[in-house]
Design a protein. Structure first.
Length: 213
């Protein structure tokens, strides 16, 4: 069935007629409405996305540079450095420090195993190039002076003899703190500096044993 719209009722009042016929006052204030700049919104969104991507890429590059040239995370495998370092301790190794300086006696270092450079060891530097090392009944002397090695417990000491021998130029004499359970310079000789990867700076795991060296 077709339906027609009913005509609007007629209001005979003069006021109604006047109101309907009176035009709007052009002086009345009207709030302006600005059109939405869709292109501008997309442009700003694109700029923010590009900036975020640049930040992420920069962070990744910096992290790669730090790992490649600055620091390295390592895990101890074995007990040759006990009790200073225990099996499965996690370490942070500073690789940059020896690019601008030399290892010092007492430094704990990560190095390539001279007999198999595919392996890495963690040892303590005992003597540097030009030093004379002598071991008598497990007691270490460097240049005729007894080594201050209170970090080695009595039960971890060895009773071997070695030397005297002068450490050649560009080499370092290293030992494990667990003297009777360590393969080190007593067995395979001093280590060239190029084999020393970096200095152990932090033990970060286990957390309760975290330490800065």
């Amino acid at each position: 069935m077709p339906v027609e719209a009913a005509p609007a009722p007629h209001d005979p009042s003069p006021a109604a007629a006047v109101d309907a016929a009176t035009p709007a006052d052009p002086a009345d204030p009207v709030d302006p409405v600005d059109p939405v700049d869709v292109d501008g919104l997309w442009a700003r969104a694109g700029q923010e996305i590009v900036a975020a991507v640049k930040t992420l890429v920069s962070a990744a590059v910096y992290a790669t540079l730090i790992v490649t040239f600055g620091f390295q995370v390592a895990r101890v495998d074995g007990l040759s450095m006990a009790p200073t370092l225990e099996d499965h301790d996690r370490l942070i190794v500073n690789k940059f420090v020896y690019e601008i300086g030399d290892p010092r006696p007492g430094d704990i270092v990560m190095l390539y195993y001279p007999l198999n450079p595919e392996k890495m060891f963690v040892k303590r530097v005992i003597a540097k190039e030009g030093d004379t090392v002598r071991i008598v009944d497990g007691h270490v002397d460097v240049n005729g002076i007894p080594l201050q090695d209170d970090y080695v417990p009595q039960e971890f000491r060895s009773h071997d003899d070695w030397g005297p021998q002068v450490v050649q130029q560009g080499y370092y004499f290293v030992m494990g703190d667990h003297r009777n359970n360590s393969s080190d310079s007593r067995h395979w000789g001093p280590v060239p500096k190029k084999y020393i990867v970096g200095k152990v700076k932090v033990r970060w795991w286990p957390l309760q044993d975290a330490k800065i060296f």
